[in-house]
Every structure is written in C-alpha cells, then in structure tokens.
Design a binder for this molecule. Structure first.
Ligand SMILES: [Zn+2]
Length: 388
C-alpha cells in the first residue's frame, strides 16, 4: 500500500466493513491496519491468541521513549444476528448526519480517527510518543488485551497514560463497574418423561438457580449498597444464556447457563458467589440427588474484568482536562479494558466519540459530529505531544 491519506469518516467506514464479530477472526482488519501503518513507515507489533486467528496490534508514533500516551480500542463487535437492521450492518451508510453500521459507536470510530491522523502526528514532530493499541475479544470479557499489555510491560518503553476510546460522547470518564462472569452446569439424570420419579431434571434445577439469582438482583436493587455515580446505582445481575435438554419426552440430564454481575464499589462479589453456591448445595442439589446420587452443580468463573477506579492526582485525567477544558469526570456502567490497563500501572481514562446508547443495538450509529469532535480532540493531543 502506498502512503495513504484517508479521512476519519472514510477510515471509520473501512474498519466497519470488516465483520469482526468476536466469534470470528479479526485478522483481515489487523492486516489492513498494519499495511496502512507500514505505508507511513510505522512498524507494529502483534500479539495473538493461542490459535493465531486473532491478534492485537500495538504501534508507536514518535520517539521510542517512556512516558507516552496510548490510544486504545477493541476491534471486535457484538453479533448482529436476530436484530432488525434497516441496512447491512457491515456496509456503513450515512443517513441524516449519522453513520450507521455495527461498530460505528462501539468503537471503531475512535480507532479510525486515530489512524486517519497518523500522517499529521508523524508530521508534527512528536516529542511525547503516541501509541495505538488495538485489541481483540473485548466484547466476550476483555480476553484479548492482556497479551498486548504483557508485551508492552515486558518489552517496550513504558507509556504513562492510556485513553480508552469507548463511547462517552467525548466526555471524560474515570470509573466503570467491573464484571464477574460465570458458567453453571447442572448434571442430573435422564429418564423417559413419563417416569420423572426415576430422573433428576437438570433444567428445573437450573430454573431454581436462575430464580435465586433473579431474587438476589432484586435484593441488590432494593437493599444493596448504592453508588450514585453509576446508573443504575446498584450492583446488577444478568443471566445471559441458557441451554439444556434434548427432547420433550426426555427428562433432561444437562443444563447450563451463563451469568454475571457488575458490582458497585463497596459491594462484595465473593459474598454473591458464596450465597449462590450455598443455595445450590443446600437447596437444589439434595433434590437432584434423590434419584441421581452422581448429580452435580458446577460453577466456573469466566471473564473477570476489574473495575476502573478513580485515581488520586491522575495524570490521565489532568491531560484530558487540559485538552478539553472540562473540569468534571463521569462514571459509566459498561465494563472496559480500562481496569486491566490500570492494574498494569498505567494512568487510565475513558474518552471517545459516540454514545453507548447505540452500542450493541440494531441500526447502531454515530453522529458525524462526534467523529469531528474526536478529530478535534486528537489534534489537540498531537499538538500537546509535539510541544511538551
Ligand atoms: Zn466497546
């Protein structure tokens, strides 16, 4: 590819056109971005998953020095299946000042604007390095970015600040809830459906456990710890998927469901898990074991995403305040990779174009004005990084 100049909007359209649903490979997008950076003389580092079907990409603009600012975003998007889209989610289209397509808001626009401004950043004579970090598998529990962070920690001059470009309407965000995800598998005993007394119905057991979680969610809403910076201000629980059974006339041996909670600060995640396990062992398992001594209920932890917590005297916040003139920091409920960067020792904030209200929805869009606002913000960052 010859050194290409692409407008932020056009670059957004290009990135959106890659179907990077988390279940699929993101390599076509990564190849494209790597070739684009290479055309501008910018080398990039890949870290991959175990199968090499997915990759993170990390690149540095400006000096190979410590103290830089990372512009970070995930490349994957959530599925579109079953959603009523007006137009092809991977053929971005502008209607009424909005760019429609999967990933326009969450969160390819931020990455696209950063990429489109690469030639300007290079021409500006950066004194502080700006890094680009593109991750995979964020939407399935922030599973990919850990490899990128480990690579940076082990092998590169240490950045100081990380800006996660998740959609905040370009507002400064310094806190988000974390996620604890689990999968619970119930093994009962099958029998002909006319003989339930000889069987242990795994789906009924799952329903009892799910009912327990639903009641726990109500308890958290009505009587749990509150933190008014979050909307909603309490710990939430969700059961996201359920599978089980084989046929109507077979008492099911197997059932499985995935669930998560998102904690407000001050609530106790271990207590939730302990109460769930107690209920499973004392209230549900004995019933299963009457007819099936081998019956089991096994709960395994899945994605665990730490929260992003406000930092005292945060260099990241100070930088965003200086660039935007804002003097307030907000809080969001959606989980981000921010907590992982923060745990690794980088001052981390969230600030990106678009609204989370459109994320994960059919007809996801970003206002073109948000792409412009992001462009203006990153231009200020480039100016700051070339003067300081
Ligand atoms: Zn996102």
């Amino acid at each position: 590819m010859s050194a290409e100049r692409v407008s932020p909007r056009r670059m957004t359209e290009r990135l959106v056109a890659f179907d990077t649903t988390s279940a699929k490979s993101n390599l076509a997008l990564i190849d494209f971005v790597e070739a684009y950076l290479q055309s501008h003389g910018v080398p990039a580092r890949r870290t991959t998953d175990a199968t090499s079907r997915k990759a993170n990409l990390f690149a540095t603009l400006g000096p190979e020095a410590a103290g830089g600012v990372v512009l970070s975003g995930h490349t994957d998007v959530v599925p579109v299946e079953g959603q009523p889209w007006t137009s092809d989610p991977f053929s971005p289209v502008v209607r009424d000042g909005r760019l429609y397509g999967r990933g326009t808001a969450d969160m390819k626009s931020f990455l696209a604007v950063a990429l489109a401004l690469v030639p300007e950043a290079l021409a500006a004579g950066l004194k502080v390095p700006l890094h680009l970090a593109l991750s995979y598998d964020e939407e399935v529990g922030c599973l990919g970015v850990g490899g990128l962070i480990a690579d940076v920690k082990a092998n590169l001059p240490q950045p100081r600040i990380v800006i996660i470009g998740e959609p905040t309407g370009m507002k400064l965000v310094n806190a988000n809830k974390g996620i604890a995800g689990f999968e619970t598998e119930i093994t009962g005993k099958e029998a002909h459906s006319s003989q339930p007394q000889r069987a242990a119905n795994a789906i009924v057991a799952a329903a009892e456990l799910i009912g327990f979680l639903a009641r726990l969610a109500e308890e958290k809403r009505d009587a749990g710890p509150k933190d008014s910076r979050f909307e909603p201000p309490y710990t939430t629980l969700n059961v996201g998927t359920v599978t089980g059974g084989t046929a109507l006339n077979i008492v099911p041996r197997h059932a499985r469901f995935a669930w998560e909670f998102r904690l407000v600060p001050g609530d106790d995640g271990e207590e939730i898990v302990a109460r769930f396990r107690d209920f499973a062992e004392q209230q549900v398992l004995p019933g299963l074991r009457k007819a099936a001594p081998d019956a089991r209920i096994v709960t395994q932890a899945r994605a665990q995403v730490p929260p992003l917590t406000p930092e005292a005297d945060s260099p990241g916040e100070a930088l965003i305040r200086r660039l935007t003139g804002t003097n307030r920091a907000e809080t969001v409920c959606f989980a981000t990779e921010g907590g992982l960067f923060q745990e690794a020792g980088f001052s981390t904030v969230i600030c990106g174009p678009g609204s989370i209200d459109q994320a994960h929805q059919p007809d996801e869009f970003i206002e073109l004005g948000q792409i412009k606002a992001c462009e203006a913000f990153l231009r200020k960052l480039i100016a700051w990084a070339s003067q300081s």
